[in-house]
Design a binder for this molecule. Structure first.
Ligand SMILES: [Zn+2]
Length: 329
């Protein structure tokens, strides 16, 4: 059943999609009744959000929230979104700063003397404070703020990353004044992604909290295929399937994205191979734009995932839902 927009349920639903209480963002202003989750104000903003979100979705780390996103604040006047991040990820037997991981995935940089570059080509740093890293999209008005966890100091993170790059013969490129998309040495930057999916990447980023609130998967990963976005959800065997809950949130006519289900393959009942998947397309037509895959992992392949998630700050109630202790023994 579609989620309605009434005074009683709206705050709860808004929180499920964005992780935020809407009063906190709007200062008590009313949500737009037609688009309670506002769209990006312009196409450049959409592209920036989509590029950044796709990079975060491919995090492939153990984090307490999918992609490291705690909350997203979306000003009703079309102003800059603020993405609030987790503090840490689990990697190589200990927790490390999520901000350190993020700058490597998002900010353009030359890795070493070979000139091999990484990051998102036309993203630049507009402003940095201890708490906030504001990104801009070169040659446009598009902006996005990353708010780090309480232990994050972006200025230190940027400084350390720059020192690390320079000691290896590389270079920080996030303040580069011009576009280098035509520079043959740096063509390996993520510059060739189709803009046709920007509405989807941006729309998903603006609803990133449903990957947490409407899913019981312990690991979610996303990436961009040739002409579609793909997400894989990994759930522990014995934890009930939540794929219908997630997809219903995603296609909700009021709060969700303009998507329809084109294919639904569910094997939960016969448990054959535990691999359910959905194909979704824009409701105005066109081919598949989004593929969602749901797989299940046996306990014996899980390792110490529960404790690793706990080390990143995952809440006990969340752990009990997605990796209950009696199923992890
Ligand atoms: Zn299923």
């Amino acid at each position: 059943m579609p989620a309605r927009l009434d005074r009683k349920t709206a705050p709860r639903v808004y929180r499920a999609y964005t992780g935020m209480s809407h009063q906190a963002i709007l200062g008590g202003a009313r949500l737009d009744r037609k688009t309670p989750i506002p769209q990006a104000a312009c196409s450049d903003q959409e592209v920036l959000e989509s590029l950044v979100f796709t990079a975060l979705a491919d995090c492939r780390q153990i984090v307490s929230r999918p992609f490291g996103v705690e909350q997203i604040s979306l000003p009703a006047d079309g102003g800059m979104p603020t993405v609030r991040l987790v503090d840490t990820v689990y990697a190589a037997k200990s927790t490390v700063s999520y901000a350190n991981w993020l700058v490597q995935a998002v900010l353009p940089h030359a890795v070493d003397e070979s000139g091999y570059s990484n990051g998102i080509a036309n993203v630049r740093v507009a402003c940095v404070t201890r708490q906030d890293l504001t990104l801009r999209f070169l040659g446009t008005d598009a902006r996005l703020v990353f708010r780090g966890g309480p232990r994050t100091d972006w200025r230190r993170v940027l400084w350390e990353f720059q020192c690390q790059l320079e000691s290896a013969g590389g270079e920080a490129l996030w303040n580069w004044p011009r576009s280098f998309l035509t520079d043959s040495v740096r063509m390996k930057l993520h510059d060739q992604r189709p803009r046709s999916l920007a509405w989807l990447g941006s729309g998903l980023m603006r609803r990133a909290a449903i990957f947490h609130s409407a899913s019981s998967s312990f690991y979610v990963n996303g990436w961009e295929g040739l002409d579609e976005l793909k997400f894989e959800f990994d759930t522990l065997v014995g934890v009930s399937a939540t794929h219908d809950r997630f997809v219903n949130r995603l296609i909700d006519p009021l709060w969700g994205l303009p998507l329809i289900i084109k294919e639904r393959h569910c094997y939960c009942d016969d448990r054959r191979g535990y691999h359910c998947w959905f194909g979704l397309a824009h409701r105005d037509g066109g081919k598949r734009a989004l593929q969602l895959r749901f797989t299940w992992t046996e306990r014996r392949h899980l390792g110490d995932w529960r404790n690793m998630l706990k080390a990143t700050g995952a809440q006990q109630s969340r752990l009990n839902e997605i990796l209950p202790e009696h199923l992890c023994r």
